[in-house]
Design a protein around this ligand. Structure first.
Ligand SMILES: [Ca+2]
Ligand SMILES: [Ca+2]
Length: 493
């Protein structure tokens, strides 16, 4: 069998390749040849034995359509330099701009590089080259500035591991013209935020100025860590410059969270062949009525500053969540540069996150990976003592019907100020004041309070001027719901 079992199949097998497998080649001549392929070329090589291959030995009669060399073909005694080569020759000068190699490694030997040379009429000149350390790749397209010539030569083989001298094992070689066609135009857009249980309408545009064909659009939803959660496919008849449509995916198949919607357009490219164009967009899916939280990595208790208070809050949260696993896992955050910037989730800026089961969960997951654990101390360390101005929403109002802590009044103050807090049910309340380092300054409330609005007074007598934080922690005695809020207070002389 020509095709080894470990050789990956590629898309879009041409007539030539099918013939090659099944030897059903009689009809091939009647089929229009693919465009941009050197016709009537012959291949020779530098190895021992025969130096000229009749194209029909390997293929459907047009070697340049599917230039194929036998399995196990050898470069001969040299693994690099110019003494090993494969030539493609034709009689009428043609413009070439692309060589595609399909090769395979066996017995741990791989093609790690090669040069493409062209014949100027008097000498060989370099057209293009490649090298790789990804030895398991199976195909490589080398594009180069188009050259008009009658010969192309593949040479300067680099084999891996170093020292190997044979068996590049080309399954096929394709040589193409300079591909003067035109690419399809493609684009898509989906809403950046979706509230369940709505559907996700994906608007797309596909078009080609000169060709008609069927495009295949594949939509894939990935979680931030890269797990594929859903795939959908549609076919679009491209018969105009611009074809538009809407493909709808039910969002109920996805849990709330961030997703990267990757759309692959299999369309006609400038070489007049079908190839993939991949675009992506981020979509956030929320439960009805949910709003995203803005996370400052390291500010685990969301009080505007990263200090001891965050280490303590994280400790407490993990301890409280010991018997509540749903508190420790939630939707992972999404940063578009996550694959190229390993520190992106620690960057000191407001990062959008999908809410967790608990109010504080998304802040506690300081590194955004969807898990609250000891690794989240790292963001605290990296952003130690940093402050921001966005969490304290002054004027956002005080809600008596839910757990809440109001901005102190007056503020700034000297000597005393008042803090209102609300509990919608009897609750265990702890209201403390800390300095900017998170050190305890005063305990204002520590015990069970009844349902309703309460007021606590904080006296700064004897304390230096500066910034202080009032931190309230409330847990409903019936619901078990936990709430934490911090307000920043200024003590002035
Ligand atoms: Ca903090
Ligand atoms: Ca985490």
């Amino acid at each position: 069998m020509f095709i080894a079992s470990n050789t990956p199949r590629r898309r879009g097998l041409t007539v030539g390749a099918l013939c090659l497998v099944a030897m059903l080649c009689l009809g091939a001549a009647a089929v229009a040849q693919p465009l941009n392929i050197a016709p009537q070329a012959v291949a020779t090589h530098s190895g021992g034995g025969a130096t000229t291959y009749a194209p029909s030995n390997y293929n459907d009669g047009v070697i340049a359509a599917q230039g194929s060399l036998p399995w196990g073909w050898t470069t001969g005694s040299s693994s690099s330099g110019t003494s090993a080569w494969i030539n493609f020759m034709w009689s009428t000068p043609m413009t070439m701009g692309e060589v595609k190699l399909f090769y395979a490694g066996i017995s741990n030997r791989y093609l790690a590089g090669a040069n493409i040379m062209y014949w100027t009429g008097t000498a060989w000149a370099l057209a293009g080259s490649f090298s790789t350390t990804t030895y398991t790749e199976w195909e490589r397209t080398i594009t180069f500035a188009p050259v008009t010539t009658t010969q192309l030569r593949i040479t300067n083989f680099l084999m891996a591991p170093v020292g190997q001298t044979s068996n590049p094992n080309f399954r096929e070689i394709e040589i193409r013209n300079s591909c003067t066609g035109q690419n399809s135009t493609v684009s898509f857009i989906a809403p950046s935020g979706i509230n369940l249980p709505a559907n996700i309408p994906i608007s797309y545009t596909v078009g080609h100025p000169t060709k008609s064909f069927n495009a295949t659009l594949t939509f894939r939803f990935f979680t931030p860590p890269g797990a594929l959660m859903h795939t959908a496919t549609t076919t679009v008849a491209v018969n105009a410059n611009t074809v538009t449509g809407v493909f709808t995916v039910p969002s109920t198949i996805l849990a709330p969270g961030f997703y990267r919607l990757e759309t692959t357009f299999n369309t006609m490219d400038f070489c007049d062949k079908l190839s993939d164009i991949v675009q992506s967009q981020v979509i956030m899916i929320l439960e009805p009525g949910q709003e995203p939280c803005l996370v400052w990595p390291g500010d685990a208790n969301n009080d505007n500053i990263v200090n001891f208070g965050d280490r303590k809050a994280l400790n407490q949260y993990i301890q409280d969540a010991n018997l509540r696993p749903t508190w420790l896992t939630g939707p992972a955050r999404y940063r578009v540069d996550a694959t190229t910037n390993p520190l992106t989730y620690f960057k000191w800026e407001a990062q959008v996150s999908v809410p967790w089961n608990t109010l504080m969960g998304c802040y506690m997951d300081t590194d955004g990976n969807g898990l609250v654990d000891n690794f989240d101390y790292l963001a605290i360390k990296l952003n130690w003592m940093r402050t921001h101005g966005s969490s304290l929403k002054p004027g956002s109002g005080f809600t008596a019907g839910t757990f809440d802590l109001e901005q102190n009044s007056p503020n700034p103050f000297r000597p005393a100020t008042q803090l209102r807090y609300a509990a919608p049910e009897a609750a265990s309340v702890r209201l403390v004041v800390t300095d900017v380092f998170g050190r305890l300054v005063a305990t204002l409330v520590d015990g069970i309070v009844s349902e309703g609005v309460h007021t606590a007074t904080f006296s700064a007598a004897g304390l230096p001027s500066g910034t202080y934080f009032a931190v309230v922690t409330m847990t409903g005695t019936q619901s078990g719901l936990a709430f934490t809020r911090t307000v920043k207070m200024s003590v002035n002389k």
